[in-house]
Design a protein around this ligand. Sequence first.
Ligand SMILES: Cc1cc2nc3c(=O)[nH]c(=O)nc-3n(C[C@H](O)[C@H](O)[C@H](O)COP(=O)(O)O)c2cc1C
Length: 215
Amino acid sequence: MMISPEQYIDGLEWRYACKKFDPEARLEQPTWHALAESLRLSPSSLGLQLWKFVVVTNRELKARLREVSWNQSQVEDCSHYVVLCSRRDATRRDVDRYLAQIEFTRRPSAEKLASSADFYTSYVEALAPEKMHAWLDCQVYIAVGFLLSAAAALRVDSCTIGGMDRAKYDEILGLDGTPYRSVVGVALGYRAKDDAYAREAKVRFPAGEVIDIRA
Ligand SMILES: Cc1cc2nc3c(=O)[nH]c(=O)nc-3n(C[C@H](O)[C@H](O)[C@H](O)COP(=O)(O)O)c2cc1C
């Protein structure tokens, strides 16, 4: 089954940054599974997947995260709250872990593997710390895009939560002292019937202003 271009656009028009979730509405397991797969299958620079997705369904934990997310109700009332985390750093060991996965999955020639190893390692090692952090954060935002798009296609409501205290998240989620740090959250679930934002028109610049075609 393939959805039509119109059906895909319908989903994007339907979605909005949900401000009020129905606290009783929960995602069904197959729906959640598809959303989790949208995260796992997201592309990343060099394919390194330097991320982890912490999924909070525990009500008390969501309430604690809400307190350090500008008190935004979506964090507590959603069904699944995904905290997208990136590695604090990318090292030779991360490259080796990925290469081992490539070897296991694709069985490349030793020569091909060695040349990938050289390229990936030199790329990662050339990144200055500041650039490295920006690069690592960017990877996570790609996964945010995939997740939001998948949610729209499945008619699951979502809200990205950038208004949060990353240091406090790390503390609450026990990420301090681990190789991962929180970057951004995405609340998933179903809109409350009285969320007035659902009826607001989308504010977007016309296609002619943002899509620049050079045929
Ligand atoms: C990185 C990022 C962070 C965001 N943080 C928040 C947030 O903390 N709270 C919120 O209600 N919406 C947040 N949003 C939602 C945006 O405000 C919203 O997507 C934008 O205004 C466009 O509206 P729409 O998504 O309803 O089309 C965030 C969106 C992005 C992409």
